[in-house]
Design a protein around this ligand. Structure first.
Ligand code: KIV
Ligand code: ZN
Length: 533
């Protein structure tokens, strides 16, 4: 058994499989790998909403989830498969017969379904994680890709997990077997974010040489960001024969995350002089998608994050400001409007009607009708009475609020807080559970704490607060407040986020939502195996 893990040096020639005219295939895994980030638990409506936005963004393939992990995951993938058109809908499955069959059941109603199955190929995983020999992995690959192809002919993706730490000859053998069994996409993941750009491009070239039939299929890469190299590695692979990139919005994903969709897309667009590959991504949808994912997952984007951080287009130093005022391109390589920033700001006021709200939401890509529109209008009126101008950002935040609450078990209907410099903060809350009112009260050292304790009292559930953050949705003293809380219950963390005109109201709703996530998890639990990577 060979133990070499090094690929050969990259050659200068244009590699096999590199077709410069074809758009790079964007495979988005925000809803699968991204959802595996600690504390994220999106419900079905939130996932469907994000999937619809991913279609508007021009993503080619949406990895909607991992159906075998729990009934909740299965239902969300099935809902996306049934409701979302305009992209391939993919489900993940281990190379395990029951996983693959369950995955197929979840995705089979999609306009264009894909089964994505994977098995580890590195000796370290074979020995310690899956406890299989190389021969067994080869057999399993053949058997499981055969099965996947029999269910979903024409679109099966196979991933060799931990490819970058695998013996390259064995990796090539496994890939050869998967291609011969009918896999149409072969994914080469850098599962632990270990590889370096030159090493990874050499690996992609070597695989092309060792498995000539790779020229017949899509060659994909899936890079994790443990060393901060996920985007660099993905771009290096594209230059050396990869035709698909697996990415997540805002770089979400296991540990340090996956390659950020927005960074790869903008690198391909901005440096097309060198990279020479078109994309189907509608870049003007990037900012909105990033905000939606950040809002619904509660993962805030760091201010200096490339492309979507709030400072990405801000110029602080005098020299830079002066330069940009004289000629924008002195210090800007991209335009904010290319990612959809800086469009229409002031949108509605308190005299605006239902039709105006509906039309404005539709312009933002949010289509509400019937009861959803009534509810959004009710919320809008409450806000518009207190705020002079309701901006596009406010409307997005309100619409996301509406989506989040669709599946809540408990609804916070009222809360009262008394607080001040000389009184002990005391709170009372009323919560509805399936139409039945439950009340709770508490006092404590701080007003926010007293609200959280009163909610614990009402629902009979208590979480340890691990994190609490407040930020303003827009600027101005009357801005909406967005609060994110993370609580720990039964050794797991659950997040909740909410937007309201008042910080205490947003805090109460965010905490309530975190407990809703706990309750939903308890209902669905029992079925979810440990996350496997
Ligand atoms: O990181 C990884 O290897 C994965 C695979 C399932 C593609 O997420
Ligand atoms: Zn991954």
């Amino acid at each position: 058994m060979s133990t070499s893990t090094r690929a050969e040096e990259p050659s200068q020639a244009v590699p096999a499989g590199r077709n410069v005219d074809r758009p790079v295939v964007f495979f988005d895994t925000t809803l699968r790998d991204g959802e595996q980030s600690p504390g994220i638990s999106l419900n079905k409506s939130e996932k469907v909403e994000i999937a619809q936005q991913l279609v508007r963004l021009g993503v080619d393939v949406i990895e909607a989830g991992f159906p075998a992990t729990s009934p909740g995951d299965f239902e969300a993938v099935q809902a996306i498969a049934r409701e979302v058109t305009g992209a391939v809908i993919c489900g993940l499955a281990r190379c395990v017969e029951s996983d693959i069959r369950t995955c197929w059941e979840a995705i089979k109603d999609a306009e264009r379904p894909r089964i994505h199955t994977f098995v580890s190929t590195s000796d370290i995983h074979l020995e310690h994680q899956i406890k299989k020999t190389r021969a067994e992995v080869l057999d399993l690959t053949k058997e499981m890709v055969d099965l996947a192809v029999s269910l979903c002919p024409g679109d099966v993706e196979f991933s060799a997990m931990d490819a970058t730490r695998s013996d390259v000859d064995f990796l090539a053998q496994v890939i050869q077997v998967a291609v011969e069994a009918g896999a149409t996409t072969i994914n080469v993941p850098d599962t632990v974010g270990y590889t370096l750009p030159a090493e990874f491009s050499a690996l992609i070239e070597t695989l092309h040489r060792k498995v000539p039939r790779l020229a017949e299929v899509v060659v994909s890469v899936h890079c994790h960001n443990d060393l901060g190299l996920a985007v660099a590695n993905s771009l290096a692979a594209i230059e050396h024969g990869a035709t698909q990139v697996e990415v997540a919005i805002n770089g979400l994903g296991e540990r340090a995350g996956n390659a950020a969709l927005e960074e790869i897309a903008m690198a391909l667009v901005t440096r097309k002089d060198v990279l020479q590959r078109p994309v189907n991504i509608v870049t003007t949808e990037i900012a909105r998608t990033s905000r939606m994912v950040s809002n619904l997952t509660g993962y805030q984007v760091q201010p200096n994050k490339a492309i979507v951080g709030k400072n990405a287009f801000a110029h602080e130093s005098g020299i830079h400001q002066d330069g940009v005022l004289k000629e924008r391109t002195t210090f800007e390589i991209m335009h904010a409007k290319d990612i959809g920033l800086g469009e229409s700001d002031i949108v509605l006021g308190k005299h605006s009607g239902r039709h105006a709200l509906k039309a404005r939401l539709a312009e933002l890509g949010i289509h509400l009708t019937g009861e959803e529109l009534d509810e959004a209008f009710r919320r809008f009126k409450v806000i518009a009475d207190k705020k002079k101008q309701v901006t596009a950002l406010d409307l997005e935040a309100l619409a996301n609020e509406e989506i989040r609450e669709r599946e809540d078990l408990y609804q916070l209907t009222r809360f009262y807080v008394s607080s001040g410099s000389d009184i002990i903060p005391t709170s009372q809350v009323e919560v509805l559970r399936q139409g039945e009112a439950q009340s709770g009260k508490a006092f404590s050292g701080g007003s926010v704490e007293s609200i959280f304790l009163a909610i614990d009292d009402a629902v009979g559930l208590s979480g340890t607060l691990m994190d609490y953050r407040v930020r303003s949705v827009s600027s101005g003293k009357d801005s909406l407040a967005e609060v994110r809380v993370v609580v720990e219950v039964d050794g797991r963390t659950f997040a909740g986020q909410a937007v309201a005109i008042d910080v205490l109201g947003a805090s109460a709703k965010a905490y309530m939502r975190a407990l809703n996530n706990v309750a939903q998890h308890r209902e669905a639990s029992g079925a979810r195996p440990d996350r496997v990577f």
